[in-house]
Write a protein that binds this ligand. Structure first.
Ligand SMILES: [Zn+2]
Length: 241
């Protein structure tokens, strides 16, 4: 009698504990799905890398996989949760493609069926393996820049369009700085020196992810003050991480 009673009691106590580990991640995935819906963002899983999507397009019947099972989805979710609502507006109506394949990730500014480029894809971000917060926020930075500020391809989320001139002055044409493997003055990273778009995306990523490091860099490199202030005052409405 006692054995049965003890077994019953243990089951009641232990079952919720044992099952919670599994359901925890499922709940987080559901939470991310709800978050995406609330922000007008679609989520799609793909079995192609961005190079193949660029040249052969996206066909749901053959290229789609369950995004909830792709590694790194929650890394992307937790990175995006840190971004304030006003900035996330640039992603409204866009898609996050989670790829099972490895690569450097890619921003889809538009689809160009007339040129057989990115056919069947929606504007947004392709996140390839291994997904990390820097890549996620860097690609979001491109959307903020191209669609939010520059309004490229007549994007409706052109919410920072008043600041195009400032953006061009601050992130463009720094020909006085040399670009080499060493980080030059005026740049947050060596990749920043590739062009103005990468410079913007890298500054955006550094502002969100490495805010303390960015502030320390300003102390030794005053050429970065304008970039930091543009992120803080224009894009993030004064919000600092
Ligand atoms: Zn980039």
């Amino acid at each position: 009698m006692n054995k049965i009673l003890i077994f019953t009691l243990l089951s009641v106590i232990l079952l919720p504990i044992l099952s919670s580990a599994d359901s925890f991640e499922v709940n987080e995935i559901d939470q991310f799905e709800n978050w995406a819906n609330e922000h007008g963002i679609s989520i799609v899983g793909v079995n192609k890398n961005s190079y193949d999507l660029y040249y052969t397009g996206y066909d749901e019947s053959t290229d789609s996989v369950n995004w909830k099972e792709i590694p790194g989805v929650l890394i992307a979710a937790n990175s995006l949760y840190t971004v304030p609502e006003n900035v996330l507006q640039v992603m409204y109506g866009k898609t996050i493609y989670f790829s099972t394949e490895y690569g450097r990730s890619y921003t889809v500014l538009d689809s160009f069926p007339d040129h057989d480029i990115l056919v069947g894809l929606n504007r947004g971000i392709i996140l390839e393996q291994n997904i990390n917060s820097h890549t996620v926020i860097h690609e979001l930075g491109h959307i903020v820049d191209y669609h939010g500020i520059q309004g490229i391809y007549n994007d409706e989320q052109n919410i920072f369009d008043n600041f195009l001139d400032d953006r061009n002055l601050i992130f463009n044409g720094m020909d006085e700085y040399s670009s080499d493997s060493v980080v030059s003055s005026g740049y947050v990273s060596s990749y920043s020196a590739v062009n103005d778009a990468e410079n913007f995306a890298e500054n955006f990523a550094h502002y969100v992810i490495y805010s303390n490091e960015f502030l320390e860099k300003i102390d030794t490199d005053p050429l970065l003050i304008e970039e930091y202030e543009f992120m803080r005052d224009v894009i993030f409405s004064g919000f600092e991480f």
